[in-house]
Design a binder for this molecule. Structure first.
Ligand code: G
Ligand code: G
Ligand code: MN
Ligand code: NA
Length: 262
């Protein structure tokens, strides 16, 4: 596979870049932060989606240095947003969400690297949210959860990504050091028909109610229409992400969006 051999040098050659997709507060429509989404600008094939190269990076071990690079860039970017929006951002500094692969969770340097990156950039830990997929934490033992607990104790938010696609026991949520549930895009896609299936709505309502009773915030992904946003707000979801608000884009667009609605 050509991509597999090109991947290890792509980091040294500076071929990766990051797009940011805004996270919007459903209550007042304000931009609160963004999710960092890495892309590979391959010299021959053009822009390659993470769906294609993240599995390769996991397989070859490049995910650890690549993930560290994404974290460092994103944390530095959040510090730039903070400096540029400053007091104009009534809801506090713009925050950044960074995805973590299962391999990064088991890597012994996760906590120390994260601490060092935050300190070097001068970013407060509560401006960072790490996204871990539900499937990575299914059946997680204490050894796997320990680094996440330490990060959570420092003030870093942990989000359970793609929630609802795995088979985790809902009662298990209590054990996990997470403060945010990210409802998978599949839930929002199920609402595309109007009126939405009342059973689907009941399921979302139930998840939101459970999450809130456990003190977890709910973020919904894949919001494509205003009608979906209205319905998800009524169902009690806290934050939304999706094409209705903005596609993933360059970092400078974020403080423009944030200042525009400040
Ligand atoms: O933005 P896009 O739809 O192409 O993202 C596809 C998938 O790639 C998403 O599920 C996202 O979680 C994952 N992804 C994007 N950036 C990163 C990253 O920096 N690290 C990891 N592990 N996954 C990422
Ligand atoms: O699973 P993860 O959160 O990493 O996925 C993010 C992916 O979802 C990115 O590839 C992004 O491009 C995609 N995405 C973001 N918003 C929307 C949307 O509103 N609709 C659809 N279909 N995909 C979206
Ligand atoms: Mn994600
Ligand atoms: Na997701």
């Amino acid at each position: 596979h050509g991509l597999t051999t090109a991947l290890p040098v792509a980091l040294e050659r500076g071929e990766f870049f990051i797009e940011y997709q805004p996270l919007v507060h459903l209550g007042d429509g304000s931009v609160r932060g963004a999710e960092a989404l890495v892309r590979w600008l391959h010299p021959q094939h053009g822009v390659i989606s993470p769906d294609r190269f993240i599995p390769l990076a996991e397989h070859t071990g490049l995910i650890v240095p690549l993930g560290r690079w994404v974290l460092e860039q994103s944390v530095r970017q959040a510090r730039v947003w903070e400096a540029r929006t400053g007091a104009a951002q009534a809801a506090g500094p713009l925050r950044v969400n960074v995805n973590l692969s299962p391999c990064q969770l088991t890597h012994p340097g996760l906590v120390s690297d994260t601490v060092e990156i935050l300190e070097r950039a001068g970013l407060a830990p509560d401006s960072l949210c790490l996204e871990v997929t539900e499937s990575a934490l299914i059946g997680a033992d204490d050894d796997l959860l320990k680094p996440l607990r330490r990060l959570a104790e420092m003030g870093v938010d942990i989000a359970l990504d793609d929630f609802g696609t795995g088979y985790s026991n809902l009662a298990n949520l209590r054990r996990l050091p997470v403060s945010v549930l990210k409802l998978d895009r599949a839930f929002t896609q199920g609402m595309q028909h109007f009126p939405a299936d009342p059973v689907d709505l009941k399921i979302i309502e139930g998840i939101v109610s459970l999450a809130h009773s456990l003190d977890l915030a709910v973020t919904v992904e894949g919001v494509e229409t205003g009608a979906q946003a209205d319905q998800l707000r009524e169902l009690g979801c806290d934050t939304a992400q999706g094409w209705y608000y903005a596609r993933p884009g360059p970092p400078d667009r974020l403080h423009e969006l944030a200042l525009a609605d400040a």
